[in-house]
Design a protein around this ligand. Structure first.
Ligand code: FES
Length: 84
């Protein structure tokens, strides 16, 4: 999770899709996250991979401020033993 310079909160998967570096070890400038390991870049508004060496997008989650608290919308959990 991070806060862009435009003061928006962003929640994203913390592992780079290229070679599994920890994304929060990288740099965040405006909405662009740059991976520490090989300088791959992602647009944190959309999760879009912005070119080599990253080719797979980053999973980005919706956030909102509600009652002074930051909330992150998590994907719905499906119990595989029960089914869908
Ligand atoms: S591990 Fe992130 S760009 Fe390679």
């Amino acid at each position: 999770m991070g806060r862009s310079q435009s003061a928006q909160f962003v929640a994203a998967h913390d592992v780079c899709t290229h070679a599994f570096s920890i994304s929060t070890d990288g740099w965040l400038e405006e909405n662009i996250l740059e991976c520490l390991l090989h300088a791959g870049q992602f647009d944190l508004k959309t999760g879009l991979a912005l070119g080599d060496p990253v080719t797979c997008d980053l999973n980005v989650l919706d956030t909102r401020i509600c009652g002074g608290r930051l909330e992150v919308l998590l994907p719905q959990y499906v119990n595989p033993t029960i089914g869908m």
